[in-house]
Design a protein around this ligand. Structure first.
Ligand code: BES
Ligand code: ZN
Ligand code: ZN
Length: 481
């Protein structure tokens, strides 16, 4: 979809529809005074009062070149923020594309976040229909933001962020037969080449030489070889600061659970167990275009967690890259096993700050549902940076505890650590497991198991991958100072 800034009067905008956001109790803007009677009628009849989610369409509006005038409810004005706008454009796009609208113009009120408007439109226009092209909802072809010329850079940022979130969603949506670890590595290479980024893929032999026994233990049950995907962004202008940000994403292309096998019911969803990896790849794709001043490296340990005669067994003891030994008490707690070798490697490459995103535990879904990401840290200042970025970008996050007492849960009789901590506090013991390998490097762990996948479509977004994490990562990097 093309996105464009139009700096002209609303009357002159040519489009299939011209939409405007109206809050509760808000009158028609002066430029649309010709539609005031229509709006009054909508309000007195109760058809449209400006509540969030409402939408009304007027065909052949007098005095406008656009074929339709659309009013979209924004709810209460004092509660409105960028997220309101993002959802409003998304919902409008999803509704109007079903009605055959191809070119949608959006009249932005002054001071509104153009990036959020464009993002919402791009996210709403996305359908996970690669293998079943939808016949009823053809995508929008153009989205025009009607705003003064100074909105140009914000429109561009919104385009980049929207497209990169959809890049992530495309990866997550691929079934595991079509997205093996090697194919994910190929996709990362292609993306890096297009984006002017460096990409390096560590293959099995190299990982064996290095001693990544924890990651390789998970991979050994699959006929599909593993990969550690590394994508580097280096700022063109030399920075004085020595900071180097690592974005680390869990890349389990399918999680059967291994020998500690998962129930059959719902297992098909486990193709999204690489959503963290896809998010860091989408983020660095955006970072390449937005060019922040800090070097950023994305790490995606990619494996398939399978059952079979070569699979690791409960009770197996592996040695991680850091030298620590791990008793694999449950082969379904595989995400942490692959992440820790990536974490150790990121430290060796000189990364000074780390954020990881992982569909790590069912326990975080129990704790926070599908609304908030669980955020864990060993460094409150680092968490504050991530939380500030998340808040600005409308990605909800909740600070979860990581007290020393929880560390006890990971004790093993036979190795330095066990890979599970029992049923209670499952998301916390998983985070502690990672922390054992992070040591003192400022780090934030994001458990996105509840937020990376929508079980049902939202008015503003299709069912399936949400692309969560991308916006926070990009904001973190572009606001770094
Ligand atoms: N990929 C799962 C976590 C998950 C569960 C993601 C539900 C999305 C939805 C992870 O590898 C896993 O299986 N974790 C186990 C850990 C347990 C064995 C300690 C879990 O959460 O049950
Ligand atoms: Zn698992
Ligand atoms: Zn998993």
């Amino acid at each position: 979809m093309e996105t464009k800034l139009l700096s002209q009067s609303l009357a002159d905008v040519e489009a299939d529809a011209l939409a405007v956001l109206l809050f509760e109790d808000q009158a028609a803007p002066p430029e649309l005074s010709s539609a005031a009677a229509w709006l009054d009628e909508l309000k007195t009849s109760g058809e449209f009062s400006g509540k969030g989610g409402e939408l009304a369409i007027l065909h052949q509006p007098a005095g406008l070149k656009a074929k339709r005038l659309v009013v979209v409810g924004g709810g209460k004005r004092d509660k409105a923020d960028s997220a309101t706008l993002r959802r409003a454009t998304g919902s409008a796009v999803r509704c109007l594309k079903q009605k055959g609208v191809k070119r949608l113009a959006w009249s932005l009120s002054s001071g509104a976040d153009a990036a959020a408007a464009v993002e919402g439109a791009i996210l709403g226009n996305y359908e996970p229909d690669r293998y079943k092209p939808s016949t009823d909802a053809k995508p929008l072809e153009s989205f025009f933001v009607v705003a003064p010329p100074d909105a140009a850079s914000s429109v561009e940022r919104g385009r980049i962020l929207g497209e990169c979130q959809n890049f992530t969603r495309d990866l997550v949506n691929e079934p595991a037969n079509r997205l093996t670890p090697m194919i994910l590595a190929d996709r990362a290479r292609a993306m890096a080449a297009e984006s002017g980024l460096e990409c390096e893929v560590l293959e099995q032999d190299r990982m064996r030489q290095l001693g990544m026994g924890s990651l390789l233990g998970v991979a050994q049950g699959s006929a599909e070889p593993p990969a550690l995907i590394i994508v580097r962004y280096k700022p063109a202008t030399a920075t004085t600061s020595a900071d180097h940000l690592a974005l680390i994403g869990k890349g389990v292309t399918f999680d059967t659970g291994g020998v500690s096998i998962k129930p059959a019911d719902g297992m098909e969803k486990m193709k999204y167990d690489m959503a963290g990896g896809a998010a860091v790849l989408g983020a660095i794709r955006a970072i390449a275009q937005l060019k922040p001043a800090i070097p950023v490296t994305a790490f995606v340990p990619a494996v398939e967690n399978m059952v079979g005669s070569r699979a690791q067994r409960p009770g197996d003891i592996v040695t991680a890259l850091s030298g620590k030994t791990i008793e694999v008490l449950n082969t379904d707690a595989e995400g942490r096993l692959i992440l820790v070798d990536a974490i150790t490697y990121a430290k060796r490459l000189g990364c000074t700050h780390m954020v990881d995103a992982a569909t790590l535990t069912g326990a975080i879904v129990v704790a926070l549902g599908t609304i908030n990401i669980g955020a864990f840290t060993n460094n409150d200042a680092m968490l504050a940076r991530v939380m500030t970025a998340a808040k600005a970008e409308g990605e909800k996050m909740w600070h979860m505890p990581l007290d020393d007492e929880y560390k006890e849960l990971l004790k093993s009789a036979f190795a330095d650590l066990g890979n599970i901590g029992g049923r209670s506090g499952g998301a916390i013991s998983a985070a502690w497991f990672l922390r054992e390998f992070v040591d003192d490097t400022p780090w934030v762990h994001l458990d996105i198991a509840g937020t990376a996948w929508l079980d049902d479509a939202k008015p503003y977004m299709a069912k399936g991958p949400s692309g969560v994490g991308v916006r926070t990562f990009v904001k973190l990097a572009t606001d770094w100072s």
